[in-house]
Design a protein around this ligand. Structure first.
Ligand SMILES: [Zn+2]
Ligand SMILES: [Zn+2]
Length: 148
């Protein structure tokens, strides 16, 4: 019997629900302009899963194609921004990254780094000592640890 972790989440009104099984391949903060624009906050925290770990239920999510091959999903009823969806590369295939605070128990997932730190709003930082990257976590130059 496989005891894979199951986590659930959904939008603010509850129309769109999702379930993920197993562990995310990455949990990280993202400071990029697109994520901030989609979310409306100064930073977004994302938990990424392979598409086959993810199951949506309830109302169909709406998807905005923010660039070729990239979808950003939201609830058509309450507008909650839910995901970044697209190609995760050869190893991962299609991926779904969830905005962490849409999980029912977001505290169960802890970020390990900051992505696109170079694009952050200059007055915003956090007190953690996690590594800050210029672009994607562990795939771009490391800028340092801890706040600027
Ligand atoms: Zn909703
Ligand atoms: Zn981003």
């Amino acid at each position: 019997m496989n005891a894979e972790r199951l986590m659930t989440g959904g939008c603010m009104c509850g129309a769109v629900r999702y379930e993920v099984s197993g562990e995310p391949f990455l949990v990280s903060h993202c400071h990029c302009r697109s994520c901030r624009k989609h979310n409306g906050g100064p930073v977004v925290t994302l938990a990424g899963y392979k598409k086959d770990q993810v199951r949506f239920s309830g109302e169909e999510r709406r998807i905005y194609a923010s660039s070729p091959g990239v979808g950003r999903a939201f609830c058509g009823t309450c507008g909650t921004p839910l995901t970044w969806e697209g190609d995760g590369g050869e190893e991962l295939g299609q991926i779904v990254e969830f905005h962490l605070s849409t999980f029912d128990e977001p505290e169960a997932l802890k970020p390990t780094g900051h992505a696109f730190y170079s694009e952050r709003i200059s007055w915003f930082d956090t007190a953690d000592s996690l590594p800050r990257y210029e672009g994607f976590v562990e795939m771009s130059p490391l800028l340092g640890h801890g706040p600027a």
